[in-house]
Design a binder for this molecule. Structure first.
Ligand SMILES: Cc1cc2nc3c(=O)[nH]c(=O)nc-3n(C[C@H](O)[C@H](O)[C@H](O)COP(=O)(O)O)c2cc1C
Length: 322
């Protein structure tokens, strides 16, 4: 099983965001592959149902990239093997999270804490590579401490451990999401390794993706926040990268229709309570006439009916303001 990373445009793993419905809508708009949100290898090892559900594919999702986090080589290897067994050929590749800067993750030695312990990071990667046939990738940041760029040497070490590709977000872990992502580091990682490099950080549109590819020589690009409430960003990026005319941006009516579809598909999967739709709805509606008021209403919605009600109102409002 191999995955060809050349020229691919990927939806980033995003905890609490890149759920099956979002992945499917982004794939429909042109994303070549989408990652699950990060999944705890420990949670999987306890056979925790809530954690296990995170790897459920979306309806009609032919393949998915699953991201695991954890610092114990044996647990990571065993759970990677379990994920592969569950998904079979639908597992496009398996990614290891070495970039999450959240305090509750780092304090346990997981996520970006692995950047501070390259031998352990390599041991985790090596154990997972040995445990699965699927390609194994690692996603990490420019470095852990602000100003200390370790990503190129870190990438080389992971390449020696057998990973099939690396994804780099051009911020230090200590930066969280502050400041701009540095694409220079992606070029330096590209020079350091032979395996494909996935460039990530601050890609908001086709022009940004083109610049990332041109300036860094990266093989694939990964888009996170720009896809929130905006699966169309992939159609834009794919068109620009192919040198063709990008499609017109979605109208207010199209955005409301997409939000409605997202809510309906989420309800079909999750039942009556779809509180997690709130953030998606706010993103879809942002910038539209009446969006500020809608945000207040959305934040009280719990069921599909509640959301449909807000979308009906927004639709009427958008039609009037044409
Ligand atoms: C809400 C949110 C959740 C995230 N969760 C994850 C995650 O689970 N795993 C991961 O590797 N990165 C995670 N990230 C980081 C993104 O994958 C990506 O690296 C980062 O947002 C930079 O890309 P962007 O500028 O395109 O958003 C998350 C980011 C956000 C905003």
């Amino acid at each position: 099983m191999a995955f060809d990373f050349a020229d691919k445009v990927l939806l980033a793993p995003m905890a609490g965001v890149s759920d099956p419905v979002m992945r499917r809508l982004c794939r429909e708009q042109g994303a070549d592959m989408a990652y699950t949100e990060m999944v705890s290898s420990k949670g999987l090892s306890y056979a925790n149902d809530k954690t296990r559900h995170l790897i459920d594919p979306a309806e009609g999702e032919d393949a998915v990239a699953v991201q695991l986090f954890g610092r114990e080589p044996a647990t990571m290897a065993a759970q990677a093997a379990w994920v592969q067994e569950q998904l079979g050929d639908a597992l496009a590749f398996l990614d290891i999270n070495m970039g999450c800067p959240a305090r509750k993750i780092v304090s346990k030695g997981d996520g970006s804490a692995l950047m501070q312990d390259p031998p352990l990071a390599a041991a985790v990667a090596e154990a997972v590579v040995r445990a699965v046939d699927a390609p194994v990738t690692c996603k990490f940041r420019r470095g852990f401490r602000r100003g200390d760029e370790t990503a190129p040497a870190f990438a080389r070490r992971l390449e020696q451990a057998g990973v099939a590709a690396v994804a780099v977000h051009g911020r230090f872990a200590e930066q969280l999401y502050e400041g701009a992502s540095d694409s220079g580091v992606i070029a330096r990682v590209k020079e350091a390794v032979q395996v494909p490099v996935i460039g990530n950080g601050d890609i908001r549109c086709g022009a940004d993706a083109l610049a990332m590819r041109r300036d860094t020589g990266c093989d694939a690009v990964m888009v996170g926040r720009a896809a929130e409430g905006n699966p169309w960003v992939f159609a834009d990026i794919k068109a620009v990268l192919a040198g063709s005319e990008p499609p017109a941006p979605p109208t207010a009516a199209e955005r409301i229709a997409m939000a409605r579809r997202h809510a309906r598909e989420l309800a079909a999967r999750e039942g009556r309570q779809i509180v997690r739709m709130r953030k998606h709805a706010c993103w879809y509606l942002a910038g539209m006439p009446g969006a500020a008021k809608a945000r207040g209403l959305v934040n009280q919605c719990t069921s599909l009916d509640d959301f449909e009600d807000v979308f009906d109102r927004m639709e009427a409002y958008a039609a009037r303001s044409l």
